[in-house]
Design a protein around this ligand. Sequence first.
Ligand SMILES: NC(=O)c1ccc[n+]([C@@H]2O[C@H](COP(=O)([O-])OP(=O)(O)OC[C@H]3O[C@@H](n4cnc5c(N)ncnc54)[C@H](OP(=O)(O)O)[C@@H]3O)[C@@H](O)[C@H]2O)c1
Length: 232
Amino acid sequence: MSQTCLIIGGNSGISESLVSLLSAGDTDLSLASRERGESLPLSAEWQEFDATDSSAKLDIPEVLDGLVYCPGSITLKPFGRLSEDDFRNEWELNFLGAVRVIQQALPALKKSNSASIVLYSTVAVQLGMPYHASIAAAKGAVEGLTRSLAAELAPKIRVNAIAPSLTDTPLAQAFLSSDEKRKAAEQRHPLQQVGKPEDMAELTRFLLSQQSQFVTGQIMRPDGGISSVKTL
Ligand SMILES: NC(=O)c1ccc[n+]([C@@H]2O[C@H](COP(=O)([O-])OP(=O)(O)OC[C@H]3O[C@@H](n4cnc5c(N)ncnc54)[C@H](OP(=O)(O)O)[C@@H]3O)[C@@H](O)[C@H]2O)c1
C-alpha cells in the first residue's frame, strides 16, 4: 500500500539512507532541510526549511502517513564549560524543532488511517556518558515527548523514537576521523562495530510501516549492545 511521508532532513547520514530505502518502494516523499543536497531522488518533493526558525512554515501534504524528524547535534563539553546557549541550542534543534514540526503536521497525520511518527534520541540518554549533558538533556526530553504523544495520539497515530549509539555519518565524523578512533569506538561496543546509517534507516522504515502496527511509545536502541550488555 502506498504511503506519504514527510522527512525533516534527507540529504545526509541516516535520513539520506532512509530516503534511498523509501524511494525504492511505494512511498511518496516530501523532504525538508536547509540545503537541498546532491543526493535527493528527482521524484521526491523538497522544500527549504530550518527547524530552529520558530516562524518557519512547512508545506505539508493533505494526508500524511509518516513523519520522521532527523535533525540533531553532538556538542560534547565538560559540564563546567557548557554555556546556557549550548543548552538552548541543543534544545531548539533536537526538541523544540520536533515539537513545532509535529504540531504543524498533526492535522495531516490525523487524516491518515494509520500514521506513524519517528523521532531520534541518543544512546546517551539511557547510558550516562561524560561530556554529554546538553545533548542527553535535550534528547531525554524527546524520549518523554515520544511516550506522552504515543499515549495522547493512540490509537490512530503511533509515536516511537530511535536512540542510536555512534553511527558513521557526517555528524559523527569527528569521532571516526582516524583508524585509531574508529577502532577504539568499535571496541567499546559489545558487537565490536559502530552503527551504519542503513541500520538506523531500516529500523525507521520498520517503524513507519504496517509491520510495526502493534508498536508505540517505544524507544528502540540500535546501539551495538552498549547500553544494556557487558561482555566478559
Ligand atoms: N550519527 C550519530 O552518531 C548519532 C548518534 C546518536 C543519535 N543520532 C541522531 O540521529 C539523527 C540523525 O543524525 P545523522 O547522524 O544522520 O545527522 P546528519 O548527518 O547531520 O543529518 C542531519 C539531517 O538533518 C538536517 N538538518 C540539520 N539541521 C537542520 C535544521 N536546522 N533544519 C532542518 N533540517 C536540518 C540536515 O540537512 P541540512 O543540514 O541541509 O539542514 C540532514 O539532512 C539526529 O537526530 C542525531 O542526533 C546520531
